[in-house]
Design a protein around this ligand. Structure first.
Ligand code: FES
Length: 152
């Protein structure tokens, strides 16, 4: 793990502005930021662990708990919420057999909420890994998951 951190720091530098990029690089490779990683990154940047954790927890794309192989993120921000986010989440929870924030027992999927995806005119919106889905109905969300993973 130390080598991943060192490589990321070498690539982006140790300035405070580089912190998010370094954390993103680690997540790209390790899927989440463990406590050990937060401590090591804090040491590299000469910050407190709380400061690094504070940065990580501000961004939904920097998880601090383990995630499954694939991450489904549903926009929780007000416009999508009003456009039917609750029904969407219920349908996805039923499809995956897991509650919001959870990971399926086979480790394949984690279901998370995220802040605005910049698709407010086309909500409700969700991401499956890096792919954005918009104007979703509950059935449409389930279909998107089926199609993305070839489960249909
Ligand atoms: S509020 Fe959901 S994409 Fe902006």
């Amino acid at each position: 793990m130390e080598s991943i951190i060192k490589e990321a720091v070498k690539k982006y530098g140790k300035d405070r502005e580089a912190l998010v990029s370094v954390l993103r690089e680690i997540v790209k490779q390790k899927k989440y930021l463990s406590e050990d990683v937060l401590v090591s990154v804090a040491r590299e940047f000469n910050l407190s662990t709380a400061q690094v954790y504070g940065t990580a927890s501000f961004y939904s794309f920097l998880p601090t708990t383990p995630c499954g192989e694939n991450v489904i993120r549903v926009c929780k921000t007000v416009v999508c919420d009003m456009a039917g986010k609750k029904e969407l989440v219920s349908a996805i929870e039923k499809k995956l057999g897991v509650k919001m924030g959870g990971t399926t027992s086979d480790g394949k999927f984690t279901l998370l909420e995220t802040n605005c995806l910049g698709q407010c005119d086309n909500g409700p919106a969700m991401l499956i890994n890096d792919r954005v889905y918009t104007k979703l109905t509950p059935a449409g969300a389930v279909e998107a998951i089926d199609n993305f993973f070839g489960m249909a």
